[in-house]
Design a protein around this ligand. Structure first.
Ligand code: F6P
Length: 371
């Protein structure tokens, strides 16, 4: 379908939905809830926009979503719409004569949106996607946001869907590493996702009984980690489990490897745990092994909690459109679904507070943060 093909005798309302940024379990459950609620309850028409905002830049990437398209997708990971975390329309990479330049293609998006005669656009995404949604809203696009990220670092909502599934995946992996670490008397490091926020590391570390958790929010020192490993040995515990958030930092702010400093702004998967693992092995002489969970945490079937949360948020996003509350993002507040301005959600990331109750609980459980 293209922007020109949309029939003029449209039903009461036509809305679009897209998923942007990294995928996570629960996206399909949101799409399903939006389509069910919009088409059955409100008798609206829903257009699925493919590959994030790309689908509005190239409007041949559209498909009408009916009950048929959403049948059976509730337990499926990923997103039937596709997604992209590389296509910011305000700095869109375009290659001309072999040279790649960044262009603002938002006017194209706005034009296509109006050609499609859409009354609202549901944007499902994390911090980066919400920032784009906010800018489009400021340029007149009636946007409603739905927060998603396994990292759980979006402000204005207590929890994002995808997080519970990711924590379950990480917890199960750490449980499995426990037995082999104990049998071989080894130090086992598990790297989990979380560039800026260590929620997955903190929750899975507590859930799986880790001995050391390293987060971006609590800088660590190698000496403190090695001290903890030796202390455990002194009481006969000849193995240790270290959960490493990919964005963790050393106390002196030193990057964990030269390549981090020189080539990239964000860590490459595995870099943090492998660097720390080598340092621990060198310092303690203990056999050390590293497991990097990587994108496994983003895949798989959503947990029941994530399915329920996704369904609640999807249905509420449709109600927010019905009430014309554009520029808002649906969210979970005191375990109730409501909506709040997107502008409040994108101001600052929700990170682990070093003195929070959960960190204190971990310390009470004799977990070290390497500080
Ligand atoms: O969804 C957020 C996140 O999972 C981060 O924790 C991670 O660093 C990043 O995505 C990786 O994304 P990609 O490899 O898809 O660019």
């Amino acid at each position: 379908m293209s922007a020109q093909d949309v029939p003029s005798s449209a039903p009461a309302k036509s809305i679009g939905i897209l998923t942007g940024g990294g995928d996570c379990p629960g996206l399909n459950a949101v799409i399903r809830a939006v389509v069910k609620s919009a088409t059955i309850k409100h008798r609206w028409r829903v257009l699925g926009i493919q590959d994030g905002f790309d689908g509005l830049i190239f409007p041949n990437k559209l498909c009408e979503l009916t009950r048929k398209e959403i049948s059976g997708i509730l337990p499926r990971g990923g997103t039937i719409l596709g997604t992209s975390n590389r296509g910011n329309p305000f700095a869109y990479p375009i290659t001309e004569n072999g040279i790649t330049v960044e262009k603002d293609v938002s006017p194209q998006i706005i034009e296509n949106f109006h050609k499609l005669k859409l009354d609202g656009l549901i944007v499902v995404g994390g911090d980066g996607t919400m920032k784009i949604a906010l800018e489009l809203n400021r340029r007149g696009i009636p946007v409603v946001g739905v927060p998603k990220t396994i990292d759980n670092d979006l402000s204005s909502t207590e929890i994002t869907f995808g997080f519970d599934t990711a924590v379950r995946t990480a917890t199960e992996a750490i449980d499995k590493l426990h037995s082999t670490a104990e049998s071989h008397h080894r130090v086992m490091l598990v790297e989990v996702m979380g560039r800026d926020a260590g929620w997955i590391a903190l929750h899975s570390g507590i859930a799986a009984g880790a001995h050391i958790i390293l987060l971006a929010e609590i800088p660590f020192s190698l000496a403190a980690i090695c001290r903890k490993i030796r202390e455990r040995e002194e009481i006969g515990r000849r193995f240790s489990i270290v959960v490493v958030a990919e964005g963790c930092r050393m106390i002196d702010g030193r990057p964990l490897s030269e390549s981090l400093k020189v080539h990239r702004l964000t860590p490459r998967s595995g870099e943090a745990a492998n660097t720390i693992g080598s340092l621990i092995e060198k310092e303690t002489g203990r056999e050390t092994r590293v497991t990097v969970l990587g994108h496994i945490q983003r895949g798989g079937s959503p947990t029941p909690f994530d399915r329920v949360l996704s369904s609640r948020l999807g249905a509420e996003a449709v109600e927010v459109i019905a009430h014309g509350e554009f520029g808002n993002m649906v969210c979970l507040h005191c375990n109730s679904v409501k909506s709040a301005p997107i502008a409040d959600a994108v101001g600052e990331l929700k990170i682990v507070q070093p003195n929070s109750e959960l960190v204190r609980t971990a310390r009470a459980l004799d977990i070290s943060f390497g500080d």
